[in-house]
Design a protein around this ligand. Sequence first.
Ligand SMILES: C[S@@+](CC[C@H](N)C(=O)[O-])C[C@H]1O[C@@H](n2cnc3c(N)ncnc32)[C@H](O)[C@@H]1O
Length: 270
Amino acid sequence: MASLMESKLTPEQHALIRKVLVAQTASLGVVESPIVEDLLTRHNYRTVLDIGCGEGTFLLQLARKLPGAHFIGIDQSELAINDAVRKLRRRSPDNVRFETAFFEQAFKRTKYDAVMTRYTLQHSSEPEVFVRSAFERLKRKGMFIALESVDAYTDCHEPDPTWERFRSAIAGVHRRVGSNDNIGKSLGVLFKNAGLRDIQVRVVLCSPSTVGVNRFQAVVHAMADLALAFFPDLFDRQVHEEVVEWLKDRACLEQKDPYLCSAIGNGTKP
Ligand SMILES: C[S@@+](CC[C@H](N)C(=O)[O-])C[C@H]1O[C@@H](n2cnc3c(N)ncnc32)[C@H](O)[C@@H]1O
């Protein structure tokens, strides 16, 4: 069965998700982006396909940093691609193109130096097929890069009951929408089984100490708003209010240093 993110969303649902994606790029993106940039520049990759580029902010930032490479962002959501195209016009880097397309086995057979995906594999109803299909779109010596959630590692420098409640309510939301919030743990084996080699997986932490209090507050707030609006039975008003109050206490956030995690995996086609 298709997950929520593989389905057509209403404009209202799309607008709420867009807010989270922008906040994730402004926060988690700060610790993720340098790793992706390094992988792409070290190997001098020139053509890059981004599967599930969403509203495009992460890809546009990458494209600005790497003007010598050409990027194609695809997303199954026309609403997301419309947003990405609007941003592209405003920021006008000439090395990015966006297209509405659903990535699957039958996707066109063009081959790329690198294929990347961020927070999209975790929503795939067929992750093994997704990674194999990405492998098939790589040139020899090409690289697949995936940035995905690993929420089981999300924690706090000092234990905190509000953060624990937030985490377990968000885990319920992932189960409801059919996504795997711990797919980061499986990246190595998914890559190996698809035929990728020289596999590396690392975990990065997004916390007040790594990205700053404001960015951390903004992303957690946006996630809480989205969860309350979509699934008030799983993430009720009381949890929402508790999280919003907790986020106002900067000193507590700095002391406890709660963090969100993502796993970044890469592997090369022999
Ligand atoms: C959580 S969003 C991540 C967006 C973006 N990569 C980012 O990091 O901000 C996942 C996106 O993947 C898209 N998506 C999910 N499955 C897809 C598929 N098989 N082919 C193309 N897009 C897909 C969804 O429409 C959604 O925009």
